[in-house]
Ligand binder design. Structure first.
Ligand SMILES: [Fe+2]
Length: 255
């Protein structure tokens, strides 16, 4: 089984980039299942319902979220309606939507969990561990493959989560920093892991955002509406190949 995971979409341009190219990439690499982190798909306004629907029609099987997901109110009802878009599970039961989903592709029943770290990231949610444990218990016997998107700032926290679930969750990847890491590895009990997938959006700026506006914000501390960079769009992704429950290969792609 081949699972493609794509890093944080940083703009509507990133959504368009996937709309134009994701199905071709799926075909080229024989992808069975695709997870996209879409929390910034509408720039600083989180992800709109329209952007989420476009991504699902463009080849994403599941959209995961993070600290920006709730910023766009238009997506709240869609989080309730659609099993294909999830938000961090450690928001708890009071937030709209769900923190995990099981998608039956016909060949595989895939459990996807989204959780947020709580070191140097806001909002500060509860630690993810008990929430993930609860999902694994609740879904026991209902899935063949489990995937976790741990949306966090701190590298060490993502690694700690990965080691906690090595052998219990088949694929674990980090999101949020927009910087692709080169530490992809198969952990001792067979889990495929990478600390951060990277991003999908306009290049040439700072983490997908326009250099000038980011510098103005950092140098003046004035309220600044960030805008996407004006470089060419690209997508960072990682393909995890599984043989049964064990990850046998991890390949980075950029398209
Ligand atoms: Fe984030």
């Amino acid at each position: 089984m081949k699972i493609l995971a794509i890093g944080d979409i940083t703009s509507p341009g990133g959504v368009e980039h996937l709309r134009g190219g994701l199905w071709k990439i799926r075909e080229k690499y024989g992808i069975d299942f695709c997870v996209v982190n879409g929390e910034n798909a509408s720039v600083i306004n989180g992800i709109s319902k329209e952007a989420a629907q476009t991504l699902l029609m463009s080849g994403a099987d599941v959209i995961t979220g993070g600290n920006h997901t709730m910023h766009n109110y238009s997506v709240h009802s869609f989080l309730e309606e659609s099993p294909a878009i999830i938000r961090p599970v450690n928001y708890g039961d009071k937030a709209p939507g769900r923190g995990y989903t099981v998608i039956d592709t016909g060949a595989y029943r895939v459990l996807v969990i989204n959780a947020m770290g709580n070191i140097h990231i806001e909002p500060v949610l509860d630690a993810p561990y008990p929430y993930i444990d609860k999902v694994l218990r609740a879904c026991e016997g209902e899935y063949d493959i489990a995937i976790l998107d741990i949306h966090a700032e701190a590298t060490g926290e993502k690694l700690a989560v990965a080691h906690s679930y090595d052998g219990r969750i088949n694929v674990i990847f980090g999101t949020h920093t927009h910087v692709p890491t080169a530490d992809y590895t198969v952990l001792p009990r067979g889990t495929g892991y990478v600390t951060d997938l990277g991003m999908c959006g306009e290049g040439g700026g700072i983490l997908g955002m326009d250099t000038g506006t980011v510098l103005y914000k950092l140098k003046t501390r004035m309220p600044t509406r960030l805008k996407p960079s004006d470089g060419e769009c690209f997508a960072d992704g990682v393909i995890f190949t599984l043989d049964g429950a064990v990850c046998t290969d991890i390949t980075r792609i950029k398209f």
